[in-house]
Write a protein that binds this ligand. Structure first.
Ligand code: 5GP
Ligand code: ZN
Length: 113
């Protein structure tokens, strides 16, 4: 937990969010500024700054974070597919320094990257 991290505050329900899923290890909620018809964020409840801050002992947690994002997609209206994105560090465009996987799609076909 980090006192002044907005995503830790969302986990603690100190900042309201549109929750998709919660379990012992993860919290999933809709992005406040969606870039597609459906756009949610999967975060570990444990405060980890970025993907680059996980270590080898976290492999299982990282794997389960990605699988959870995929598993929730059909019920969120993304049966057709979705995009997964993790921005890492300032150079990777990360703005909130609590690691999160973006899952988004729906509506128009996403541009190729
Ligand atoms: P990043 O740029 O760090 O990969 O993504 C941060 C994401 O968090 C952005 O897409 C932004 O819209 C979202 N975000 C920032 N603050 C809040 C908030 O208070 N609530 C929710 N639901 N999303 C937020
Ligand atoms: Zn945090």
């Amino acid at each position: 937990m980090s006192d002044n991290c907005i995503f830790c505050k969302i986990v603690r329900d100190e900042i309201p969010s549109n929750k998709v899923h919660e379990d012992e290890d993860f919290f999933v909620f809709h992005d406040i500024r969606p870039i597609a018809r459906v756009h949610y964020l999967v975060i570990p409840k444990r405060h980890v700054e970025s993907l680059a801050h996980f270590d080898a002992a976290d492999s299982d947690l990282v794997g389960r974070m990605m699988l959870l994002g995929a598993r929730l997609a059909p019920q969120q209206g993304l049966s057709d597919g979705f995009r997964t994105m993790i921005n890492t560090g300032k150079g990777g465009g990360q703005e909130v320094f609590h690691v999160h996987a973006h899952i988004f799609g729906g509506g128009e076909v996403l541009p190729k990257v």
